[in-house]
Design a binder for this molecule. Structure first.
Ligand code: ADP
Length: 654
């Protein structure tokens, strides 16, 4: 296997291979050691089973022979047959045991069998000698027995021992041979095992170094590359073509680097986006603060509604106008039920008709200025409001309502309207006035023109009488014009020339007028009754005198054919007001003219001298004084009563 091929192997395979080789070497070493040990054990067992067994058996046979020989010596000394029998048995026993030992030697002896047979023969040949000695002893021939035992008996015993010694020597030699062989084997085995161990260690070291390097080198290279990548050098080259786990790891790191590059790019974009968003948020916050400041500082009341018509916010002006202390009092409340539930006329205002809610129901803005809004304390005020829908993602999610208390403006508008009506009325009146004045002034002018023509003609003809008549007509027309102009002047002055108001004794005022008109009263023969001790009035005395003078003058003028003309001046109290009246029993005024006669130049009886301005002056003075006046008359020939009321002010008596 070449180095290149080894390099291509995976780390796992390389480790497996390394450990496999080490395992095989260890196994070999172990098997060898076991084999050697078995060999040695065999050797030991051989020593034990052969030379050692043989040596032991030889030594035992020696012992038996010694004992047998000694017992034979005892037999020759025995005194009785019993003793001889007993010792003979003892000798037989040792003989049997000796044969048994010979059998053992026969089985284990590795040397020349002739040696063994020689020993056995020597032992067997001793038997007849012993039997002879015993028979001699039984026969009572002790001395013969002693001779034999000391002679050939002893020689046999020595012969046997010699043969046994040869056997022993051979066995010992064999044992030594085995021990030397075992020692050699042990020495060889130890050397071989050291060699094998050395080989194992060297192999392990070589593989360890190789494996460590083959793993650490690419790991180190990858680590260095990843460090560079970590520093931001994402283009650091990686050995992505390598095989095995390192190639796999390099490809993973490469993939990770590519992803990291993408993530970094995304992160940069994200950072940019975050910065932009933060700027937008800051701007939004500033804008919100500005809006908040605006909402809090504006005098206009503003509140927000959600799609259900519930309050989402309210600015301080809104709470103040509605009389609430905290935003919590209105937050989440149905604002229609809270502040918009009733119409100006007091009738209930159903929610489905609410123009404020229309903004988010129909999605269009509304503006209303003729409704009322209701405060916390149950009072209402004229309000003008705008309700603008709030759109989010194409959906209307509520509205912003702006409103203000327009009570003052409404009052001003009302006053302005009144003024406008007044002006219009005045303009109409002025128009009619101008028309009537020009018409009424034209009539005496035409009269003057006509009579001037006649005067010229009569003067040329010398008709003195007719000249006087013409002049008298011209004078009358001129006087009429003068009166008309005086009255016009008078009416134009009313309201402009105001005298200081004062307490006026009405009885005294009437008295003064009666004196002024004394001539007329007497001429008409009118009875005048004045109620005594009438309440005092408070106002412009000169104007009030004009009023009374005009009314009494008219009563005298329009008395008609009354045989018992009568004027009554007095007052009565009605609903806390003093109603002053001037009542006559003259020609009366039909009810349909009760208003009309107060207008300028309105004259119901043109045949009676007058300008039609008097009652207009009277009414204007009373109204300027803050009072009102009216006529009570049942119609023609039923007399007429002019009533007026002046306000009770400045604490004066009435
Ligand atoms: P004048 O007296 O110059 O005609 P006024 O304005 O004083 O003008 O009166 C308007 C008209 O009201 C009179 O022309 C008359 O027809 C009617 N009138 C006023 N006072 C009386 C009265 N006391 N009785 C009946 N008619 C009256």
């Amino acid at each position: 296997m070449t180095a290149r091929k080894l390099k291509d192997l995976t780390i796992g395979t390389r480790l497996g291979l390394g450990f496999g080789i080490v395992f095989v070497l260890f196994c070999t070493l172990t098997l060898f050691a076991i084999n050697r040990m078995e060999y040695l054990a065999n050797k030991i067992s051989l020593i034990h089973n052969h030379p050692l067994t043989v040596s032991n058996a030889v030594l035992k046979i020696d012992t038996h022979i010694v004992k047998m020989h000694r017992t034979m010596k005892d037999i020759v000394l025995d005194e009785s047959a019993a003793e001889i029998n007993k010792d003979s048995e003892f000798v037989d026993k040792h003989e049997r045991e000796t044969y048994a030992e010979f059998d053992i030697i026969d089985k284990s002896f590795l040397g020349n069998k002739a040696l063994l047979e020689a020993a056995r023969e020597a032992f067997v040949s001793w038997k007849p000698v012993r039997d002879e000695i015993i028979q001699l002893m039984r026969a009572g021939k002790r001395s013969a027995a002693i001779r034999i035992i000391k002679g050939k008996g002893a020689r046999h015993a020595v012969k046997i021992e010699n043969t046994m010694d040869a056997l022993y020597a051979f066995a010992q030699g064999k044992a030594d041979e085995f021990v030397a062989s075992a020692r050699d084997t042990t020495d060889q085995s130890i050397k071989t095992m050291y060699l094998l161990l050395f080989l194992v260690v060297v192999t392990v070291m070589i593989f360890t170094v190789y494996l460590t390097r083959s793993i650490t080198r690419p790991v180190e290279a990858l680590r260095a590359a990843t460090l560079e990548i970590g520093k931001g050098k994402l283009d650091t080259p990686l050995n992505i073509d390598a095989d095995g786990e390192m190639g796999e790891l390099a490809r993973s790191v490469h993939e990770m680097t590519v992803n990291l590059a993408n993530v970094t790019a995304s992160r940069d974009e994200l950072n940019e986006e975050i910065t932009e968003r933060k700027q937008a948020e800051d701007e939004l916050r500033r804008s919100e603060e500005r809006i908040k400041l605006l909402l809090e500082s504006t005098a206009e009341a503003i509140y927000g509604l959600d799609a259900e018509g519930k309050c989402t916010f309210a600015n301080p002006a809104c709470l103040k106008i509605l009389g609430y202390e905290s935003m919590d009092d209105v937050l989440g409340k149905n604002m229609h039920n809270l502040i918009h539930h009733t119409r100006p006329d007091g009738s209930p205002y159903p929610m489905h008709e609410c123009h404020i809610y229309e903004a988010f129901q129909k999605g269009t803005g509304t503006h209303v200025d003729n409704e009322v809004l209701w405060r916390k304390d149950g009072t209402s005020f004229a309000g003008e409001y705008w309700s603008h829908p709030i759109h989010e993602d194409g959906k209307t999610i509520g509205s912003v309502v702006t409103f203000m208390d327009i009570t003052e403006r409404k009052g001003l508008e009302k006053a302005r309207q009144k003024l406008m009506d007044n002006l219009e009325e005045k303009a109409t009146e002025m128009e009619r006035f101008v028309y009537t004045v020009s018409h009424d002034l034209k009539s005496p002018l035409i009269t003057i023109q006509g009579f001037l023509g006649l005067l010229e003609k009569d003067a040329l003809e010398g008709e003195t009488k007719r000249i006087q008549g013409d002049i008298s007509h011209i004078q009358k027309a001129a006087r009429q014009m003068q009166e008309l102009l005086a009255d016009l002047l008078e009416i134009s002055r009313i309201g402009r020339l105001v005298n200081t108001p004062e307490r006026v004794n009405f009885n005294q005022l009437v008295q003064d007028v009666v004196e002024l008109l004394d001539g007329q009263i007497k001429t008409c023969g009118v009875q005048i009754d004045v109620m005594p001790e009438m309440p005092t009035l408070y106002g412009d005395r000169k104007r009030l005198l004009e009023v009374v003078q005009n009314l009494i003058d008219n009563a005298l003028k329009f008395m008609g054919e009354q045989t018992a003309p009568h004027i009554e001046i007095g007052y009565h109290l009605k609903k806390g007001e003093n109603i002053y009246y001037i009542k006559d029993n003259g020609i009366g005024i039909e009810p349909r003219f009760h208003q009309k006669v107060f207008e300028l130049f309105e004259r119901l009886n043109p045949e009676i001298e007058g300008t039609g301005i008097g009652l207009a002056i009277v009414k204007r003075i009373i109204e300027l004084e803050g009072g009102r006046m009216w006529i009570e008359s049942e119609g023609k020939g039923r007399g007429c009563t002019f009533c007026f009321v002046l306000p009770d002010k400045h604490g004066r008596e009435t």
